[in-house]
Design a protein around this ligand. Sequence first.
Ligand SMILES: Nc1ncnc2c1ncn2[C@@H]1O[C@H](COP(=O)(O)OP(=O)(O)OP(=O)(O)O)[C@@H](O)[C@H]1O
Ligand SMILES: Nc1ncnc2c1ncn2[C@@H]1O[C@H](COP(=O)(O)OP(=O)(O)OP(=O)(O)O)[C@@H](O)[C@H]1O
Ligand SMILES: [Mg+2]
Ligand SMILES: [Mg+2]
Lengths: 226, 226
Amino acid sequence: AASVSGAVKVYGKGNTSVRALDGVDLVLPRGGFTAVMGPSGSGKSTLMHCMAGLDTLTEGSAQIGGERLETLKDAALTKLRRRKVGFIFQAFNLIQTLTGRENIELPLRLDGEKPDAKWFHEVVSRLGIEDRLDHTPTELSGGQIQRVAVARALVSRPDVIFADEPTGNLDTTSGAEVLALMRAAVDEYGQTIVMVTHDPNSASVADRVLFLFDGRIVDSIEEPTA
Amino acid sequence: AASVSGAVKVYGKGNTSVRALDGVDLVLPRGGFTAVMGPSGSGKSTLMHCMAGLDTLTEGSAQIGGERLETLKDAALTKLRRRKVGFIFQAFNLIQTLTGRENIELPLRLDGEKPDAKWFHEVVSRLGIEDRLDHTPTELSGGQIQRVAVARALVSRPDVIFADEPTGNLDTTSGAEVLALMRAAVDEYGQTIVMVTHDPNSASVADRVLFLFDGRIVDSIEEPTA
Ligand SMILES: Nc1ncnc2c1ncn2[C@@H]1O[C@H](COP(=O)(O)OP(=O)(O)OP(=O)(O)O)[C@@H](O)[C@H]1O
Ligand SMILES: Nc1ncnc2c1ncn2[C@@H]1O[C@H](COP(=O)(O)OP(=O)(O)OP(=O)(O)O)[C@@H](O)[C@H]1O
Ligand SMILES: [Mg+2]
Ligand SMILES: [Mg+2]
């Protein structure tokens, strides 16, 4: 569903440059749930952004649905992302002037589509945010904002979901509901998910866990138990 | 060191109003380390902001160092906060155009003071961010940004530190270092800390844990074990 090959990402130039990705090969199998763990600064967000086409690699190639991202022009890349990719950002990145509902529906509406009403309702009620949807992010708690960001990535049912620490601001109950919804997206709808997390309990919900260190994958576990 | 009495906070008006705090009495003893846990949306950030004088209560009173915050004019309140309070925000709130170092030193420089060089160095090296200090937040990872926010609250050695989920974006190792530094601030320098956290392991580092639910304190544990 998505993959990178020989991925290198260097930020900056000269002696302040940072080699955030140092040669990563990774295939996300269709319908699989992969977790990525690693120390702060090890390149996890960089990997997510480059695989999702939100940033460009310095060397190597990234593919989504068989298309090599570096060959696409801006408009084609934007359209591919909007149709095939859902992204839950570490810093949420909601639009401050739109309500929760408008933020969630935005990707679909930009494509001229409407959300599946039944799935929309299931997602927001399981996430416990249905009575806060008419508020803008400034009127929401940190965990409510995070759950709106999760809903935005789930509701359009994209082929691939990149989740960058989707439970960092949530209590155990809300966090478990996010993980259960993501597991359902994989098991029932065949979506592909890759999730960055610092929490071993969250990682154990995935089919496999990859460990990133200094921009390289250094270990992996299949069928993890926490 | 800080306290609230009969604290009520209502956002909005009419039938969309939210009673975020519903009568909270809380005394933070000088030199104590208090953790606050509770579901997403239960009022934790609201309690932190009102106790730190960053927001006003609808009913009730908040005090820092014996001064009632609602009696202070803006300038006096700002000065009290800058001198006595350190705040680690759930959304970090760093200044995007300043480097990590400038962000950390800002509270002291606004008071015409300089940081204690030895303590500054101890804090940033224990937090593992010393080689990223000349970068702005846009060039830092999520966990590095969070650690700069932690350093900003610790370096000026304020009387009271309010920490709103200070480890949410950190791996276990970095998170443990943040908690160890906060424990040192309490045990060695007699500072007072109140920390919101969703993680029971983090909460067990505190002297006591309070549980917030629907804007009320519903339970508390002394000397917690995870
Ligand atoms: N400006 C506002 N206007 C309206 N409602 C608000 C506003 N700010 C917060 N709220 C609401 O007040 C309630 C408490 O918010 P608060 O941020 O204190 O929760 P919290 O316990 O910190 O949650 P989290 O764990 O998700 O960070 C939430 O339901 C939130 O939506
Ligand atoms: N625009 C940039 N310019 C320079 N360096 C950058 C930039 N963005 C990220 N970096 C650096 O690249 C490294 C990897 O960053 P990345 O955000 O991928 O880490 P991460 O694994 O997601 O960390 P965290 O767990 O803290 O979120 C970090 O050292 C970071 O400071
Ligand atoms: Mg990151
Ligand atoms: Mg909060």
